[in-house]
Write a protein that binds this ligand. Structure first.
Ligand SMILES: [Zn+2]
Length: 750
């Protein structure tokens, strides 16, 4: 009963997000390090503890206490020399001596921010603001922390700082940077020029203006900052725009001017890793690390590269597939076949031929995947595309049923096409919109369903105008906005495809490739003003979702009652109420779905046919729970409906191929249907999934080989079976049959 209050469990942020290269959903990440010892060092010093700083820390504190009165200047000098621990000790003293001085806390916070400890920095800025509510520098600190974490309120803080101190150039520079991160080029230009009014030599303002030129493929820019930190900023924006080769070139340029700029070196290493150049990446990251640049991204990336030995790579002429050794045998056939199918379908659909093979890397440990993508663990995304390299979670790395690996793979693969077709000029919202559109275009059962976050956003009219949709990905005001932005972008692409046709999508891609902006492309290809497009699209979307949006609260209330009735075994009530409300929100196939409740009630009343009907609806709408899917398959098999049972099990392979029973059952059905190749695939998967009865699995595979006229392979499997179970009669029998039948069966059909 109590569980019903947990309803509904949204498919939510963690199942939705995909990323194209840039740290769009970095706000989702829970900052988490694999090894917090380094992080806690400064922390314990700050609080005067000695937990991990050890004797050295204690010595530093003692040493500091023997010094004469310390000054902020001393702390700053030590900090600039990267003697963080020493600087920290001085800051500690200063704060103890001047507890009401907000400036000391702000500067201390800035050091923490530079030392990759944004949380600690934020606390210090908050303390400073408690001491002095109108401390512009503290407000700027808040803005920088928020920007660092890609939070949605960085601009608000920066503007507040500027209201307090209109000459605070760093806040103005930040506004320019944030605007460009949102891909709002006009605003970035305006904000950067305001910064130049405050400080004509502002490197960061010039870097933003120059980057605008460079992003538009102008070779020269009058704003070229000719400064290492300026090129570092350009590298950042090319990374955000997924233009990794150019990003790498800018970081190299920065390092040529200032080899000690290890923040740029670390980013250079991460981008080289994204491009799959692991040896070069390792060299840069290791150099940075040895120089003392030891942020989490650097550390985790080095750790990940050292774990390469756990992976194995499979190559064909079009595909490269990297899998963890422990699951490679099981996943290899499924994922490689799907990669080839997706490439073939998309080459026709996008009328675009890929010049290089596509690489897919599959990570069973989600934290490894997150490191691979951002350099940080804790990312909410499931897949990410860097040019022709896709990294994604393994189906084994997520709770069964929460992740549709094939849908994610097709989604990412479409990025490979839209990125290469536009030479990486496609805006975030459009590449994501197409990718989400492709999930359901591939199969109507794939893709994510209308979730509670999307319903709320439609109801509260929180969808973004199309021309500003990138903001929802890059600087979301909350994690839900990312999820909703994916949904909205996908629906926009559905809408354009329905109303203008797929060719219009291709024309838009060509325009974006020629550096046109969203508003211009909408006007040119759809022949409407962006604001009119928003109105038309919203009207269509609201019409399509009206029933669910209007009845959502009623449905939610009713589902709680359905759940309670089920727990109380009041099956008649489950059936009455469930049937009444199920179709008010037919897309809901997560935990506590009405379909599953109804099926349970029908089963309890002995009406199997009605239960099967509910499960059928559930899987066709997109329900993914492996247990429910297996129940349906078993029931269909028992009824003798083997083709449908096979289809249901094939469906499960696309969601969660890790169980043994699904491969056993599907192999058996396919064998019965004389589909020898299908049966071989399934029984090989069964063996790779390591079932309890290995002898039976070898025997099953032998039967499939036998059916496919591969007597040698069949014989080897039978020998394996009998080595495990010497008295295994069916295996003995088939072996005899194979040995005796050889002369009778000389022709091997292929
Ligand atoms: Zn995506």
């Amino acid at each position: 009963m109590a569980r019903s209050s947990e309803l509904p469990v949204p498919c939510g942020a963690h199942t939705r997000a995909c990323r194209v290269g840039a740290p769009a959903e970095a706000c989702l990440k829970a900052k988490k390090s694999r090894d917090d010892s380094r992080l806690s060092t400064l922390d314990s010093l700050r609080h005067g503890g000695s937990s991990s700083g050890g004797t050295r820390a204690l010595a530093l504190v003692l040493f500091a206490s023997m010094l004469p009165a310390q000054t902020l200047q001393e702390a700053e000098t030590l900090w600039k020399a990267r003697r963080y621990q020493d600087a920290n000790a001085v800051f500690q003293k200063l704060v103890a001596r001047e507890p009401r001085n907000s400036t000391v806390r702000v500067r201390w916070g800035r050091m923490f921010l530079e030392h990759w400890q944004a949380d600690e920095a934020d606390r210090l800025f908050n303390e400073a603001l408690e001491l002095k509510a109108n401390d512009a520098e503290a407000m700027l600190g808040k803005a920088l922390v928020s920007a660092e974490l890609y939070g949605g309120n960085a601009a608000d803080f920066a503007q507040k700082a500027l209201r307090i101190d209109p000459k605070l150039v760093e806040a103005q520079e930040l506004l320019a940077r944030l605007a460009l991160e949102d891909d709002n080029q006009t605003k970035a230009d305006v904000e950067a020029k305001k910064a130049l009014v405050l400080e004509p030599n502002s490197v960061q303002a010039k870097a933003v203006l120059a980057t605008l030129d460079w992003l538009a493929d102008k070779k020269e820019s009058p704003w070229d900052p000719h400064a290492a930190k300026g090129y570092e900023t350009a590298g950042h924006f090319f990374m955000l725009n997924r233009r990794y080769e150019e990003s790498v070139a800018f970081y190299r340029k920065a390092l040529d001017l200032d080899p000690a700029l290890d923040s740029a070196r670390s980013q250079l290493g991460l981008n080289l890793m994204r491009l799959g150049r692991d040896a070069q990446a390792f060299e840069q990251l290791k150099t940075g690390w040895d120089n003392g640049f030891q942020d989490d991204a650097t550390k985790n990336s080095l750790t990940l590269m050292e774990s390469e030995k756990n992976f194995v790579t499979f190559k064909t002429d079009r595909t490269v597939l990297k899998l963890n050794k422990k699951e490679a045998d099981l996943l290899h056939p499924y994922i490689e076949a799907e990669m080839q199918r997706a490439i073939a379908v998309y080459e026709k659909k996008y009328r675009w031929k890929l010049s290089e093979p596509v690489k897919v890397e599959v990570y069973p440990d989600h934290e490894d995947f997150a490191v691979r993508t951002l350099g940080m663990p804790g990312l909410g995304a499931l897949g990410v595309t860097f040019g022709n390299v896709i990294a994604m979670d393994s189906p084994s790395g997520r709770p069964p049923g929460s992740f549709h690996w094939a849908s994610v793979m097709w989604h990412e693969m479409s990025h490979v096409f839209t990125l290469s077709m536009t030479n990486f000029h496609v805006p975030r919202w459009f590449t994501e919109g197409i990718a989400v559109h492709e999930e359901t275009a591939t199969s109507p059962e794939w893709g994510d369903r209308l979730g509670p976050d999307e319903i709320a956003a439609i109801k509260n009219r929180q969808l973004l105008p199309v021309a500003e949709l990138d903001r929802g990905f890059v600087h979301p005001v909350n994690p839900q906005q990312v999820v909703v932005s994916y949904f909205e972008a996908g629906k926009i692409c559905d809408y354009i495809t329905e109303k203008w046709g797929w060719d219009t999508i291709l024309a838009m891609l060509r325009d974006f490739g020629a550096s046109d902006d969203t508003a211009g492309v909408i006007r040119k290809e759809l022949k409407v003003e962006p604001a009119d497009f928003d109105r038309q699209f919203l009207a269509a979307l609201e019409g399509e979702t009206k029933r669910t949006v209007e009845n959502f609260d009623r449905w939610k209330e009713a589902v709680k009652r359905v759940d309670a009735a089920l727990a109380g075994r009041n099956y008649d009530e489950v059936i009455r109420l469930g049937n009444e409300v199920r179709d008010l929100y037919p897309d809901y196939v997560e935990h506590h779905s009405v379909y599953e409740a109804l099926a349970k009630a029908y089963l309890a009343k002995g009406d199997k046919a009605a239960a099967v009907q509910q499960w059928e609806r559930y899987v066709h709408i997109g329900g993914r729970d492996p247990d429910t899917i297996m129940l349906l398959a078993k029931e269909l098999t028992a009824e003798g409906n083997r083709p449908e049972a096979a289809a249901v099990l094939e469906r499960l392979n696309y969601i969660y191929p890790m169980r043994t029973d699904q491969h056993q059952d599907l192999g058996e059905i396919l064998l019965g249907q004389d589909d020898a190749r299908g049966a071989i695939r399934e029984f090989q998967a069964l063996l790779a999934a390591k079932p309890i009865d290995m002898a039976q699995a070898h025997y099953d595979l032998a039967r499939a080989f036998h059916l496919n006229h591969q007597p040698e392979d069949a014989r080897n499997e039978l020998i394996d079976a009998m080595e495990i179970a010497p008295g295994f009669r069916p295996a003995q029998k088939l072996l005899l049959q194979l040995s005796g039948g050889e002369q009778d069966e000389p022709a091997i059909k292929k």
